[in-house]
Design a protein around this ligand. Structure first.
Ligand code: KG4
Length: 336
């Protein structure tokens, strides 16, 4: 079963061909980072236009890189939610056109389900059930993955996503966009106890998180140091910030894993590339006895291979779309 997968939910246009849900035959990504860097964040209208320019050529390249012809494709899978609405619409409409022209089934894939499925590429032996920490620029949630297509949120952020928090703080520091990667590098060797940053708790909802307070406290600290004419110890600040984010995430995913009792923990999304979070998860799982699944770094950020992977399981479950498939800016992961 060869699935052509399309992803365009934010600032990466991506196309891939995946065989039987686990084997990536090709993966093409066209990043728009350079364009959005000028503005310090993603400009939705520009993202949509860039997707339109890139998507057709990228899909052709994904098929030829896979060593296949279009006649050897069995389905078209596409991210239909959540994301920037104009951006998602580009992928959905392209996928509809491709599926109609090639007379193939159209498979709608939830973007966060795709991030979770990135783990299946790295770990051929991973099967549900497991608990997955999904952390990206738009999502921070602990997901109960009961089966390949049956999942629900156990806890999540009440405000900002962890990745968004990394990006906003990095922007104020002027260290690049998106900021998570540069913050991670900067933190190496920094004293993570030098700056005291808050780790929020949501009363009565122990698996929920909040990152807006951390963002505000970080920005205030940076401005205070500037106003006093002092110099911020950048590595120590980045390390202290990384510790605060990790301390918000890791104990909660371990608590969720303990409640569900599957013995398996996975992590997914762009922020899953963070070295502090990966190390803390490894230490915590070694202590709890849960088996930890970390996706390879190249599958953490947005890509279409993960969509092809999840698309296989959606198709197998009979989750197909008609030509009236719409795009959604937000959508519960449980709805598929
Ligand atoms: O999954 P992704 O590529 O896009 C979304 O679906 O949102 O995630 C992008 C996010 C950005 O916020 C970026 O700063 C963050 O992932 N990120 C990281 C790291 N690499 C990327 N955050 C922390 N540490 C990293 N190493």
């Amino acid at each position: 079963m060869n699935i052509l997968a399309i992803e365009s939910s934010c600032d990466d246009t991506a196309a891939s061909v995946v065989r039987d849900g686990r084997t990536v035959l090709s993966s093409c990504v066209s990043s728009q980072i350079e364009m959005h860097t000028i503005y310090g964040g993603v400009v939705p209208e520009i993202a949509s236009r860039k997707h339109v320019e890139a998507i057709s050529g990228l899909a052709d390249r994904a098929v030829s890189d896979a060593g296949l012809t279009k006649a050897e494709l069995d389905a078209v899978a596409v991210t239909y939610a959540p994301g920037l609405i104009g951006a998602v619409l580009v992928g959905v409409n392209f996928a509809k056109g491709a599926a109609m022209a090639l007379d193939l089934p159209l498979v709608p894939v939830h973007h966060v389900r795709g991030h979770i499925a990135a783990n299946y590429i790295t770990h051929p032996d991973l099967e549900p059930p497991f608990v997955c920490l999904c952390v990206s620029g738009g999502t921070t949630a602990i997901v109960d993955v009961r089966s390949y297509t049956d999942m629900s949120i156990l806890g999540g952020t009440r405000d900002d996503a962890a990745g968004e928090c990394f990006d906003k703080v990095a922007r104020v520091l002027g260290i690049g966009y998106p900021g998570g990667g540069p913050m991670d590098k900067l933190a190496q060797g920094g004293d993570d106890t030098k700056y005291n940053l808050p780790v929020a708790r949501v009363a009565g909802a122990e698996l929920d998180m909040s990152f807006s307070g951390l963002k505000t406290a970080s920005l205030n600290l940076i401005h205070n140091v500037e106003q006093k004419g002092e110099t911020l110890d950048l590595p120590a600040f980045a390390a202290s910030f990384g510790r605060a984010v990790s301390d918000s995430l890791v104990p909660r995913v371990l608590a969720a894993a303990g409640m569900r009792g599957y013995g398996k923990v996975a992590v997914a999304g762009g922020v899953a590339a963070n070295s502090r979070i990966r190390a803390d998860l490894q230490a915590a799982c070694a202590k709890s006895g849960d088996r930890l699944f970390l996706p390879e770094l190249r599958w953490c950020g947005d890509n279409a291979a993960m969509i092809g992977c999840q698309g296989f399981y959606e198709l197998r479950a009979g989750h197909l779309a008609g030509w009236d498939l719409n795009a959604y800016a937000t959508r519960d992961i449980g709805l598929g």
